[in-house]
Design a protein around this ligand. Structure first.
Ligand SMILES: NC(=O)c1ccc[n+]([C@@H]2O[C@H](COP(=O)([O-])OP(=O)(O)OC[C@H]3O[C@@H](n4cnc5c(N)ncnc54)[C@H](O)[C@@H]3O)[C@@H](O)[C@H]2O)c1
Length: 251
């Protein structure tokens, strides 16, 4: 069976790099018009050029996902341009390792704002339009949202919240024509995966518990799961959180 997003509009956050970029390019390869959001304007411009070179339409919005007004405006602008919205992929996220006692109020609030509040605001804004197209939402969580991780308390808590937000939204819209799911990657070979620094003096035996035993995933590999979840090939997926983590979450 072939996946096609011809004639459909897909919204992707975090699209300037890593998994969001791979996701945006993969949807474009499968025929979608794209609406991309990220704080990285230059990165967005590069991805837009690649998508337009494939003959697909692409619009970009260089804004912070953590502000509700930005999310409302970004979804409204997308529907104004394409006349429809078929899928929302919440991929943008931030991470940092820090001992729990050293987490500042600002860092705690920022992590929850970007990783949890932003996706929720976008869901709120997108759902009325997704109901019209029988569309769907894919939230990118993390193995850290399923498994306890030392030194990542704000991040893992935000991702656990995102998984439960996905389930609660899926329950609330059980009787309406929309699917709402999450995917949970483990470590990926992206800027985030490569550049996350370990604080000094931490217990490495606790860190090793959440490190991949296999090689990190390539973002294209995870993007293929997002494409599948968002596609017509997965009509029974609703309220799911699918692990794509080379086995991290099993032990
Ligand atoms: N890399 C990993 O090892 C890993 C593991 C599990 C889950 N994840 C999740 O996968 C998703 C993608 O991560 P990635 O590895 O591609 O990282 P990345 O850093 O390459 O990409 C994240 C993107 O989000 C954007 N972004 C950050 N804050 C933003 C904000 N406030 N508003 C809008 N855009 C913002 C960044 O500019 C960047 O382009 C994230 O949600 C992350 O938590 C990553």
């Amino acid at each position: 069976m072939r996946i096609s997003f011809e004639g459909k509009a897909v919204f992707v956050t975090g699209a300037a790099s890593g998994l969001g970029k791979s996701t945006a390019l993969l949807f474009a390869e499968h025929g979608a018009d794209l609406s991309l959001l990220d704080v990285n304007e230059d990165g967005l411009a590069e991805v837009r050029s690649e998508i337009e070179a494939m003959g697909r339409r692409c619009m970009t919005q260089a804004v912070d996902v953590s502000a509700k007004a930005n999310c409302d405006a970004a979804i409204a602008a997308t529907v104004e341009r394409y006349g429809r919205l078929d899928a929302l992929c919440n991929v943008a996220g931030i991470v940092g390792l820090c001992s729990a006692g050293d987490v500042s109020e600002a860092y705690w609030n920022r992590t929850l704002a970007v990783n949890l509040s932003g996706p929720f605001y976008l869901c709120q804004a997108a759902i009325p339009h997704l109901l019209q197209t029988r569309g769907n939402i894919v939230n990118v969580a993390s193995s850290g949202g399923l498994k306890a991780q030392a030194y990542l308390v704000p991040y893992s808590t935000s991702k656990a919240g995102l998984i439960h937000m996905t389930r609660c939204m899926a329950m609330e819209f059980m009787h309406q024509p929309i699917r709402i799911n999450a995917v949970a990657p483990g470590a990926m070979d992206t800027d985030m995966g490569r550049h996350t620094e370990l604080p000094e003096g931490i217990d490495m035996s606790l860190v090793q518990r959440f490190c991949n035993m296999r090689a990190p995933s390539q973002p294209d590999d995870v993007a293929r799961l997002i494409l599948y979840v968002a596609s017509d090939l997965s009509p029974s997926l609703h309220g799911a959180c699918l692990s794509v983590d080379t086995g991290i979450s099993i032990g």
